[in-house]
Design a binder for this molecule. Structure first.
Ligand SMILES: Cc1cc2nc3c(=O)[nH]c(=O)nc-3n(C[C@H](O)[C@H](O)[C@H](O)COP(=O)(O)O)c2cc1C
Length: 481
């Protein structure tokens, strides 16, 4: 996170979650921001001004008649030096006032008079949040270009459970940080694979590799922060899902292959549906297929949270069993589902870019045992036979509807030569090379970008920084396409 040099007016309104705003002030400062707190009168019943003054090192304003500002106009002066106003928590009352342009205290007047972006973090009882009046007001704010962060769902201070909880301080700071990232990938859809795959030998053993998934997850996060709709197909890793990213968990290379092709099929069918008229009969058939896909789709789909991993311990370990015998069928069913809501996270447009970061196993065990292999007294070892896994990247690149393809190469020697050869072999426009054993599991990396015109080095930096650079690079390449 990097809010270095950003000046944020933190508006605190009257809700129980006001205490969390103190943590938020600290998070924002930790990320490098300067925080100027402004509180409503109601907010001061929940937390004292002294808390925010002590945490931020700046005087706290609550009253529009405050004379500490030279010209007496705190509502103007406080935002003229700010990069953004962030209201957290935002009460139902405050949201209503904002939506209607009311300004009867310092914070509402300051919001109306501001000349910088406004972000609002609702926090209230679930009934207050669900009330049509609140929903209308929030919709009006969205229409006015105000960013809304959350709310979350869960236990509430009043003892009820539901939607309306304020996001946690770290989540708000992350959202604020993302808010400042230029939206170079807005309107784009990006499909990413990340992590290792795991190829079973028997129900309790398997072959995997050292990929941690961190680079792929960092790229998913960076693309999302740049405004893209991101679907991340992840091998078995325990990393948290980046905010706003749709995640599909898989275990084996075959599952990853099927999940990728299914996502592409969905996108292609959605594009076709947009183009042609849909008859009632087609719609009924598609709805039936949609229901089927909903029950047995490719991997566990989750947005912003980790779903189930298709483990091999439960038999064949393949969560895509409906399409097992016929991957094309699974693809068609999934494709049919898209316009009818069964596949909630599938937008109605094609995939613009495919970034293959996953370290997919080249081979799987052909003679995998259904039962645990046992040690024998004769000192022998099982003879494993291997069969090659599908080449996901090359297959995507060969599709007639191929998105812009970015491959990753983890090499152990002769980086440039091996990666250049791999780019040509896979038929992709851009290949990103790194030394596998020097980056797997680490926070930093060093990349070599190789395209038809040559190569460019992205020097050693954090994976987050490299991912942001790659997202910018991708945006430029998609624009030039
Ligand atoms: C104990 C208590 C807790 C409250 N918690 C919330 C809350 O979480 N969210 C909310 O919108 N209003 C809450 N309210 C109501 C607001 O404080 C009230 O609408 C107030 O007028 C808001 O003022 P403000 O918007 O100027 O800060 C609460 C009230 C009380 C007495």
């Amino acid at each position: 996170m990097n809010l270095k040099g950003k000046r944020i007016v933190l508006g605190v309104t009257g809700g129980v979650a006001a205490f969390k705003a103190a943590y938020l002030a600290r998070e924002l400062q930790r990320a490098g921001a300067t925080v100027q707190a402004v509180m409503t009168e109601a907010a001061t019943h929940f937390v004292g001004t002294a808390t925010f003054q002590a945490l931020t090192g700046l005087p706290v304003y609550t009253d529009q008649w405050d004379t500490r500002i030279d010209n007496g106009m705190a509502h103007i002066e406080l935002t003229r030096v700010a990069d953004a106003v962030l209201i957290a928590p935002a009460s139902a009352d405050f949201i209503a006032k904002l939506a209607h342009g009311l300004c009867d205290d310092l914070l509402t007047t300051l919001c109306l008079a501001r000349n910088c972006p406004l972000a609002v973090v609702p926090a209230m009882n679930r009934e207050m949040w669900a009330n049509p009046a609140t929903q209308r007001n929030v919709a009006m704010l969205r229409d006015d270009g105000v960013a809304i962060f959350g709310p979350d769902s869960g236990d509430q201070a009043c003892g009820e459970t539901g939607e309306g909880r304020m996001l946690e301080a770290e989540q708000i700071a992350e959202a604020m940080d993302a808010f400042f990232v230029p939206k170079t990938l807005a309107g784009r859809r990006v499909l990413i694979t990340a992590g290792p795959t795991f190829e079973p030998i028997d129900p309790v053993r398997g072959i995997t590799n050292l990929s941690s998934g961190r680079m792929g997850f960092a790229i998913a996060r960076a693309c999302r922060r740049a405004g893209a709709d991101v679907t991340l197909i992840a091998g078995p890793v325990s990393l948290p899902t980046p905010d706003g990213v749709v995640r599909i968990d898989v275990t084996t290379a075959e599952q990853m292959h099927r999940a990728v092709m299914t996502e592409l099929d969905i996108a292609r069918a959605a594009a076709r549906m947009r183009e042609g008229p849909v008859t009632a009969a087609t719609r009924a058939a598609n709805e039936a297929a949609a229901a089927d896909y909903g029950a047995s789709g490719a991997g566990a789909r989750s947005a912003g949270a980790r779903g189930a991993v298709g483990g091999f311990a439960d038999g064949d370990g393949d969560p895509t069993s409906a399409g097992d015998d016929d991957p094309a069928l699974a693809g068609e069913q999934a494709a049919a589902a898209v316009d009818y809501g069964a596949s909630a996270a599938s937008p109605k447009r094609g995939i613009d870019a495919f970034i293959s970061v996953a370290a997919v196993a080249d081979w799987r065990v052909a003679n995998r045992s259904e039962q645990k292999l046992k040690k024998t007294d004769d000192g022998g070892a099982p003879a494993l036979e291997f069969v090659q896994n599908p080449d996901i990247l090359a297959e995507v690149a060969r599709r007639p509807d191929a998105p812009y393809c970015v491959g990753f190469a983890a090499e152990s020697e002769d980086l440039a030569a091996n990666a250049t050869a791999k780019r040509e072999r896979k038929g992709v426009p851009l290949l990103v090379a790194n030394i596998g054993h020097e980056t797997f599991g680490r926070d930093e990396n060093e990349l070599l970008l190789i395209d038809a015109h040559g190569s460019r080095r992205l020097p050693r930096a954090s994976k987050d920084a490299l991912a942001a650079a790659l997202a910018t690079e991708l945006a430029q390449r998609l624009r030039a396409r």
